[in-house]
Design a protein around this ligand. Structure first.
Ligand code: SF4
Length: 456
């Protein structure tokens, strides 16, 4: 089940890892597929299904697919060039696809939101098609965007993993196995995860990659705490992070702060990230875009407010958090469309709690306990974004997720790691709750807050 720290933390674009990043990656992969064919194609078509259809407009899924078909990728996304290319495609009804020539694609007719046909493999399905000069489909592939920017084809969904777990020194698939290996080896969770990462990359590549991840996270916080204005999408949601941050800075040193003001600092870091995400900016999936604020806010809280914190140990935080995120993804889900927000912000909080407990000196048992507390108190949380936009409740929710994560780490560190509910059982409870959850509450914007919007 090995999932790299770079699978759990991916640099990408907002507003959604499953509905924006994933479809863009799928379109880019489809172009690669077409380049490998022995015949040429003349046009492209796409259809969006399930949650991608219901909330695709709010999540800019249509833009992501078109730009992906034009060769854009989340990692090196250029916002200014994207606008030009979109305008060209809309005006001309054609896409210049590198290595494939100029292909017909009229966004209005060749990109279909199919609300009626749910594809069998996952709630987030898209079908990409290539046509000949007569408009007949001559090649197609179904992709599923399974959360956190992960994309699989229909065949890959059921295929066995390419690299065997035997190739990694600590091949844990459950928290119980992880703790047993930590006891036997005397290593921390981060040290075991690091050893697993080094099976496929050099220490320099690992450390540079993690530094880059933290740099993008931290830059995103800083950008979000400066930016003002109204977020796109039509809800007229005003960015708040900059004003809250300015007020917090003004209060510094005035000896007038209530102790709970620290919660505002934590929230403002998370909200800054999620406002950037909602604006389509560059973020790091952690483990998804919708939940991208929780881990960075918890790290920034630790660095800015906890004596003794040291940026050189952020890698240890990220490795621990990725170990927990991998367990959740492998045994349940990190997708709001699959299991509701408990799988997104809940998973992010579990990851952040574990990372914080680790850098504060927690034992593997205390780290596992921290993750369990954080996840347990997100169980049942639905995904009901208003208008399908990753704004309400998502932006504030990340702040509250980070606050819970920090409390969970703190509570766990006050014990000795023994506790009633194992993390594995909590992850299974999340999976079962997600399976039972009505589709209305799984990123379809058909229930909950999404249908209880005031008329103003
Ligand atoms: S409600 Fe939660 S799961 Fe749904 S889009 Fe927002 S952050 Fe993601």
């Amino acid at each position: 089940m090995f999932l790299s720290v770079f699978d759990m933390f991916k640099i990408g674009i907002g507003p959604s890892s499953s509905h924006t990043m994933g479809p863009m990656v799928a379109a880019s992969r489809f172009l690669d597929h077409l380049r490998g064919l022995s015949f040429s194609v003349a046009g492209l078509r796409a259809s969006l299904h399930g949650s991608l259809a219901f909330t695709g407009v709010g999540h800019a899924t249509d833009r992501a697919v078109i730009l992906g078909l034009a060769g854009f990728t989340p990692e090196d996304y250029d916002a200014a060039r994207a606008e030009q290319v979109l305008a060209q495609i809309t005006a001309s009804g054609q896409i210049d696809a590198a290595g494939l020539g100029t292909l017909t694609f009229a966004p209005k007719t060749d990109l279909i939101f199919d609300y009626d046909t749910k594809l069998a493999g996952h709630a987030n399905g898209l079908r990409l098609m290539a046509t000949d000069r007569q408009g007949d489909v001559i090649a197609q592939e179904i992709y599923y965007s399974i959360g956190g920017g992960f994309v699989v084809t229909e065949g890959e969904l059921t295929a066995p993993p390419r690299k065997s777990d035997a190739d990694y020194p600590y091949p844990f698939e459950t928290a119980a196995q992880m703790l047993a290996m930590a006891r036997d080896s005397g290593k921390s969770i981060a040290a075991m995860k690091r050893a697993n990462e080094l099976a496929t990359r050099s220490p320099v590549a690992l450390d540079q990659g993690m530094r880059r991840i933290w740099q993008v996270m931290n830059d995103c916080i800083d950008r979000g705490m400066r930016a003002e204005g109204i977020l796109p999408g039509g809800l007229q949601v005003r960015r708040r992070a900059a004003a809250i941050h300015a007020a917090l800075e003004a209060e510094r040193g005035l000896n007038m702060n209530a102790p709970h003001t620290i919660n505002d600092w934590i929230s403002v870091y998370a909200m800054a990230v999620n406002e950037e995400n909602a604006a389509g900016g560059q973020v790091v999936t952690a483990p998804t875009n919708g939940a991208a604020g929780v881990v960075p806010a918890t790290i920034r809280y630790w660095l800015d407010h906890v004596p003794g914190a040291n940026e050189a140990r952020v890698g240890e935080f990220l490795l621990t958090a990725a170990a927990i995120g991998g367990l959740v993804k492998h045994n349940a889900s990190i997708s709001g469309a699959e299991c509701g927000c408990q799988a997104e912000v809940g998973s992010a909080a579990a990851m952040a709690a574990a990372g914080l407990a680790a850098v504060l000196g927690g034992t593997p048992e205390q780290v596992e306990n921290a993750a369990e507390i954080a996840l347990e108190h997100h169980l049942g949380m639905t995904c009901d974004p208003v208008k399908g936009l990753v704004q309400v409740p998502c932006i504030e929710r990340n702040g509250l997720g980070a606050i819970k994560a920090i409390s969970a780490a703190s509570l766990a560190l006050r014990g000795d790691g023994t506790h009633f509910m194992p993390l594995d059982n909590c992850i299974e409870a999340m999976r079962q709750t997600g399976a039972d959850m009505s589709e209305k509450y799984k990123e379809t914007a058909l229930g909950g807050l999404a249908v209880n919007v005031p008329n103003c």
